[in-house]
Design a protein around this ligand. Structure first.
Ligand code: HEM
Length: 258
């Protein structure tokens, strides 16, 4: 009798978990759509040895933004990069131009814009946003200056002289980025009371942070909020874009893996 009870309660719990994990088939307000998953393993069985081809097949049912549960890890897959590149190429071609895409620049802007959405909920590439455009231009210059070989790094006595003007230019463009970021943060602080609290971004998290003042600060200073967000852009843009560029180059060299 006891074992019947144990088995039936196990069966009932498994059925409940199964139902609750499978009912999210087409996504809810905050979550993109995705295929139903199994308890514990989630959607792992959907992915075979060539996952990007499986993503491509799932895309025809669920669209370019897909929600998968891989084991216990929720994963959002975004698969419209190639489509965007194709659209932009044909737009350029219809203007009578050659239609070549500078993939490296393109991917940098994709990664940059993704970070803009995650940290600030802003479309920094929106042609209507003057600050967005200025921010992208200033940050791009900062990334370029930091990547330039600097003679003064090898001959420290040249540091004060700054013979290539790298430090000077870097300070100017960094100052410009910080100034624009100050504007973004100020704008958010002003609109915070009216803001929808369900869609929080990284900036909300930093502004709302409350520590105990013992092991760390009780709040994050305005200057640190700005610097932390800038750091996300520096750390997350070129790393991401050059990794994707490298992966695309490898796929082009080895098309049999596509
Ligand atoms: C393929 C993409 C990426 C690669 C290859 C990469 C690589 C790295 C490496 C090697 C470090 C240094 C770790 C160390 O020295 O301890 C680092 C640090 C860091 N990365 Fe990434 N990263 C990537 C993407 C990102 C993204 C998307 C973000 C932010 C959204 C990010 C934020 C950071 C931050 C904030 C640090 C500094 C951590 C610290 O101060 O200890 N990274 N990353």
């Amino acid at each position: 009798m006891m074992s019947v009870l144990v088995w039936s309660s196990l069966f009932l719990s498994a059925a409940l978990i199964l139902l609750s994990s499978r009912k999210k088939k087409s996504g809810n307000g905050n979550q993109p759509p995705g295929p139903p998953g199994w308890p514990i393993i989630g959607n792992i069985l959907y992915l075979g040895t060539v996952p990007h081809q499986d993503f491509y097949k799932l895309r025809s049912n669920y669209g370019p933004v897909l929600w998968l549960k891989l084991g216990s890890i929720n994963t959002m897959c975004i698969d419209n990069l190639i489509e965007n590149i194709e659209e932009d190429t044909s737009a350029v071609q219809t203007r009578g131009e050659l239609g070549e895409v500078d993939l490296s620049q393109y991917l940098f802007f994709v990664a940059f814009n993704l970070l803009g959405k995650l940290t600030l909920s802003r479309d920094l590439l929106d042609s209507q946003s003057k600050e967005g455009q200025e921010f992208v231009a200033a940050m791009k210059k900062v990334v370029e200056w930091t990547g330039k070989p600097n003679l003064a790094d090898f001959l420290p006595f040249l540091k004060r002289l700054d013979p290539q003007g790298i430090k000077r230019n870097l300070m100017r463009d960094m100052g410009c980025s910080l100034k624009i970021m100050s504007g973004f943060v100020k704008e958010r602080v002003e609109e915070q009371c009216n803001r929808e609290k369900t869609n929080k971004d990284f900036l909300d998290g930093l502004l709302e942070y409350e520590g105990d003042g013992k092991e760390g600060p009780d709040r994050i200073s305005d200057q640190n909020v700005k610097i932390t967000i800038l750091e996300m852009f520096f750390a997350g843009s070129e790393t991401t874009s050059s990794t994707i560029e490298g992966a695309i180059a490898e796929l082009l060299r080895n098309p049999e893996f596509m």
